[in-house]
Design a protein around this ligand. Structure first.
Ligand code: NAD
Ligand code: WQD
Length: 343
């Protein structure tokens, strides 16, 4: 079985990818510093997969940690076929307050990961990029050839990260890289045993709504109701985290089979407003989500949704799960784990 090495492995998206990849026939080894995730994720992965996760706790910027991962992969699985680099700090507001920490962690982490891959002769990489690289989109839906820009240090780390990797590919043809630009990942595993567990006050919409539904917060603040959208609130392309994980498996297959790089949006192509999402979540949880209209959040765009056609034509992948499933699955996780992994 081919083996993949996941960085940021106990995080929200990677933990779902871990299971999806195992189901698709990959052996998995994970590394995470636990700076933004809980070690209890590993117990849940054991329960769900029936296998003890092969895991290294450490920072990807530490070369010795990375070497340990490759050695362990060699001992246990005969080596690494490809790397999926999820590890990053991701809070936009925090990145404005601590830009150097974001540059250091996200760009330093990426360089260290690539150096380790080169040391160990592995050149297939899946990179967690983001729709944030489109900045303020000029045209909707967003195609991959749209202009790129960054509006905050977090976005810069994704834009510069992509640019560094493209430079690497130009200099050394052995590198094959999948640049996956995620839209808004939401939802949780069907078991309700793993899901998104933000620390402190959630920055993102669905985890915030989930905490309102479970009674941890009194109401949802809707940031702006005077946008040029059908109901005046922001429109986004929410994608189920399991669809996203399947997109990574498709990308791994593409790298291995086509021996070529690719850059694709991972979204559904369908935009929903803040009020539509709150309503759908309320329906899933069978309770009202009280909303309070608040000023626009600085830096937000009115609407952002993908043209997902390229991912389908190149990799044969498209998102299958709709808004209702995203809300039902998130609610199953939130309602059975109201305190997240630490509960
Ligand atoms: P997450 O915070 O849940 O997971 C990231 C994981 O990386 C965490 O477990 C954290 O502890 C770990 N980590 C961070 N820096 C590390 C380091 N230096 N060494 C080792 N581990 C480190 O976030 P997520 O939502 O699962 O995001 C995964 C990736 O997807 C990130 O690269 C993020 O930028 C990208 N992304 C996320 C979204 C989103 O809305 N969730 C959207 C687009 C792109
Ligand atoms: C969605 C909509 C808000 C919270 C962010 C990052 C992006 C990417 C995904 C990593 C907007 C509104 C939100 C709340 C609200 N991450 N909202 N009340 O901003 O599209 O994207 O996460 O790459 O880089 O910027 O997602 O979930 O924060 O917001 O009204 O309490 O919900 O204004 O319209 P966003 P989000």
């Amino acid at each position: 079985m081919p083996c993949i090495l996941l960085t940021g492995a106990t995080g929200y998206i990677a933990s779902h990818m871990w299971l999806t990849a195992q189901e698709a026939g990959y052996d998995v080894i994970g590394v995470d510093s636990l700076v933004n995730s809980s070690p209890r994720v590993l117990d849940r992965l054991t329960t769900l997969s029936g296998r003890e996760p092969v895991f290294v706790q450490g920072d990807v910027r530490d070369a010795a940690v990375m070497d340990r991962c490759f050695e362990l992969a060699r001992e246990r699985f005969g080596g690494v076929q490809a790397m999926v680099h999820f590890a990053a700090l991701k809070a936009v507001g925090e990145s404005v307050e601590r830009p150097l920490d974001y540059f250091d962690n996200n760009l330093g982490g990426l360089l260290s990961v690539c150096q380790a891959m080169q040391r160990h002769g592995v050149f297939n990489l899946v990179f967690s990029s983001s729709a944030t690289v489109y900045g303020q989109p000029e045209r909707l839906p967003i195609t991959e050839d749209s202009p790129l820009s960054a509006t905050n240090p977090y976005g810069q780390t994704k834009l510069i990260g992509e640019e560094l990797l493209r430079g690497l590919e130009r200099c050394d043809a052995r590198w094959k890289i999948a640049y996956l630009r995620y839209f808004n990942p939401v939802g949780a595993h069907l078991s309700g045993l793993i899901g998104e567990d933000p620390r402190g006050i959630p920055n993102n919409l669905m985890p915030y709504v989930a905490q309102v539904a479970v009674g941890k917060r009194p109401h949802l603040n809707v940031f702006g109701n005077d946008y040029d959208t059908p109901d005046g609130t922001g429109v986004r392309d929410y994608i189920h985290v399991l669809d996203l994980a399947e997109g990574h498996v498709a990308a791994l297959r593409y790298l291995a089979d086509m021996n070529a790089s690719l850059t694709v949006n991972l979204g559904t192509g369908q935009g929903y407003s803040v009020l539509e999402l709150a309503q759908a979540y309320g329906d899933a949880a069978d309770r009202e989500i009280p909303v309070v209209f608040a000023p626009r959040r600085p830096g937000d765009v009115a609407a952002c949704y993908a043209d997902p056609a390229l991912a389908e034509s190149l990799m044969g992948w498209k998102a299958r799960r709709g808004l209702k499933e995203m809300c039902v699955d998130s609610w199953r996780w939130q309602s059975t784990n109201p305190q997240g992994f630490e509960g």
